[in-house]
Write a protein of this length. Sequence first.
Length: 567
Amino acid sequence: MPDFADLVFVNGSVLTVDPDFTVASALAVTDGVITAVGARADVEDRIGPDTRVVDLDGGTLLPGINDSHLHGCAWGVTSPPLALELGYPAVRSIADVAEAVRTAAESTPPGQWITGTGWDLGYLAESVEDPSRLPTRHDLDAVSPDHPVLLMDFSAHATWVNSAALAVAGVDRGTAVPPGGVVVTDDEGEPTGLFQEGAQALVQRALPPLTPDVRALAIRSTLAKLRALGITSYTEPGLGPGGDRIMGGALSQETLDVYRRLLADGELTARVNVLLLPTGMSSTAADFARALDALDVPESDDPRRLNVIGVKIFADGIPPNRTAWMHEAYLGGGCGALCVNGETDEERVAEIAEMVRHAHAAGHQLGVHVTGDRGIDTVVDAFAAATAGHPRPDARHYVIHGDFLTPHSMKTLAEHGFGVNMNPTIKWTIADLEEGLVGPERAAYEWPYRDALDAGIRVASSSDAPVTFPDWRQGITTMLLRESKGSGRVSGPGQRITLAEAVRTYTIDAARQDFAEEWKGSLEVGKVADLCVLAGDLLTADPHAIPELPVVLTVLGGEVVHDALDS
């Protein structure tokens, strides 16, 4: 007679995500582990007097979702209650942003900062009508003359401030611009209030420092939102000294210390994997090596709950900024060559190769932020060269974003078992904007899921929150349909994938990125009971309706952490 289960699920579609994508109808959980999967008859004898039996009522049970690239602390810091939500459709114009700031100013003591995130040029009516009409400090000065205001865009690659913030930061026409950064100026050479890439640090450094308590509040806010979405694992992609001036300091080493505290206090209601961030968005190989070698990271008390798993490097930026490293110029003004710290294109290739070699030889997994095709080829070639020079079994390096994968890079990634981490909700968000910046052909191809899977690459999907809201259901819909958020227009139908393939990118293949596919990521006997329950059958739902399927139960290691069934 088997032990009685703590949880039993019956009467629904149980998506095991095993190698055959078997669909069962019942599942049992005992002591945090899956102990039976199959039909109702396979779990009946495990139902005891204290077993909670969940009638799925035709709904769907699938593995807990793994958002494999999500800035947990930064999302909490840049969203309510700590910041204004300025994303579309809540905000549709520069005037809407100004009104949100005006309302906040009415209840904020003079002199205190007002922050927000999420604005997107592609959805601000004034900029859509006239692309030369960019947000400026004057838009904010009119509604908040007595409060410094700092607003990050949806991508975290641009920041918009008012005059009061410029004064506090001490930024004017004579301020030196960091390498790789852009300060937009007016006809008189004065800053307009718009900062891009590394130049954002000029104003972000003036923000009040994040205290441990504020960081903890931000992470708790994120964890609560993730539980309600069925997300049980995520990768915090870059914490360390290189993050001191990124996203207001939310990516700094201090955030990792707060995660440890939350783990010790039993508050970490998700499995968190961390990439170290030795240096920021532009760095020399020598600086990177010194910073990485100097990092001292204690072992986790519970590596299955909090684990430092690798190292992050920045190789380029993202469109529509000018730092997507492309073989050929794109329409938005990007250049084929990338120059950082005065380097030529060839010198940058050598620098990236050396950073990758150093981290690889030190035994780290590498996640490299790179979007342009030239940059991707450079990074993937560096992975291969590092592996040849210092053989390591199953290093599992991966490309972060990988917007414009080339046939060459895909072939090399597949041959070496390297991966790619893609962002379907970013595709959904920017598809309409991208066509005018990179051209119709490139925009349609961007994030080539079909080609990558056909090449044999293990693909993980993620939101890059706070860049986009981490709704994996919308991500699946986007992978199935390739439709844009704004117009609904199809962008690259040839890159559509199937439902089973899409689910794998958020579950078992994301677990593989974590080196954890043997114990999580699918619903198989012996694996941890990380579970997500949807009210509705994911297998038969209209793809357009998938984002509306409610998440009614989330289970982490057998513990119910979100329960809307009885509410």
